[in-house]
Design a protein around this ligand. Structure first.
Ligand code: SF4
Ligand code: SF4
Length: 303
């Protein structure tokens, strides 16, 4: 069974499904959206992170690094072409400025962690959300984890980008799900490939299949669209998404307003912001949100 690295298990989450939830963030994603709010979840392997604002300049890390990969002359501090990911620097760092990103965890370990909060799930109508990254990259592991959660009476939800083998999903993951949050970002496949790294035909056809099954008494599925300035929030794309969802028979969707906090996370993992940094430095304008809401509402899709 392919074993994922886990980025984080966040407790007391209120924005990732109904009630109070724990969110398990997987590391690794088949998409590479340029605005990704969790850029440290894109790569499947472990990474070393450096947060400049937390560093107290004690230089302990430089003394322990066997590769001489750390230097204040480097704007990212770490020369990742020299780094062998031994994590000696992270272990020695007294401030937490250097950290290991991605920890292997077994199904048992995750279960033991999230089950502690079951009283909160039970009283609030909450449960456990699998997010990422993309949990379906680890279909067998995800299926086993979901099955164990259900066996313990815990509500389950998956947040997905939709790029997966639908037959395996139905066989391994679907039987143990109570709800699905499904991202629909761009309808034009060339734009999807340009901004998310892959075309979107599979994502759209998987959504159609899952929504049809929901209408037939299957697992509820909620489409979500992140509103990214000048990319997904354009009148053309919003209109095209609304048309696609209407064709599927959707009456409810979510809009996820953009925020630029991902940029700081990118720097932490040594990724330059690139040419779009300046135009994507702003929080989403409320007028844009209202315009998008109106297009959905006019088509009879509540937000
Ligand atoms: S992880 Fe190891 S090789 Fe990489 S910078 Fe830290 S100490 Fe050096
Ligand atoms: S050990 Fe940590 S706090 Fe000290 S210089 Fe290195 S990164 Fe900064």
């Amino acid at each position: 069974m392919k074993q994922p690295l886990i980025l984080e298990i966040k407790g007391n989450a209120l924005d990732d499904g109904p009630g109070i939830r724990s969110v398990v963030f997987f590391k690794g994603c088949p998409l590479s959206c340029m605005w990704c709010h969790n850029p440290e979840s894109k790569r499947i392997g472990a990474e070393i992170g450096f947060e400049a604002k937390t560093c107290v300049a004690c230089d302990t890390c430089m003394d322990v690094c066997p590769e001489g990969a750390l230097s204040r002359d480097n704007p990212f501090f770490i020369d990742r072409s020299l780094c062998t990911l031994c994590f000696k620097c992270a272990d020695a760092c007294p401030s937490g400025a250097l950290s290991r990103i991605g920890t292997p965890m077994r199904v048992d370990e995750i279960l033991a962690r999230v089950i502690r909060d079951k009283p909160f799930y039970d009283t609030s109508g909450g449960g456990v959300t699998l997010s990422g990254g993309e949990p379906t990259m680890f279909m067998d592991f995800t299926g086993e984890l979901l099955q164990r959660l259900k066996a313990n009476g815990i509500h389950t939800l998956i947040e997905t980008c939709g790029l997966f083998d639908i037959d395996r999903f139905y066989e391994i993951v679907y039987p143990w799900l109570d709800a699905i949050y499904y991202d629909i970002k761009l309808i034009n496949s060339d734009d999807h490939a340009r901004y998310c790294g892959v075309p979107n035909e599979t994502i759209l056809s998987n959504f159609k299949s899952l929504y049809a099954r929901y209408q037939d008494g299957g697992v509820p599925i909620m489409p979500r669209t992140p509103l990214i300035p000048g990319i997904t929030d354009t009148p053309e794309n919003i209109q095209a998404i609304v048309h696609f969802l209407s064709t599927c028979g959707v009456h409810e969707a979510r809009l996820l307003p953009y925020h630029p906090l991902w940029q700081e996370k990118n720097l932490k993992i040594g990724v330059a912001l690139g040419g779009h940094a300046a135009e994507m430095d702003q929080w989403l304008d409320n007028q844009v949100l209202d315009r998008c809401r109106t297009v959905f509402a006019t088509a009879g899709i509540s937000i």
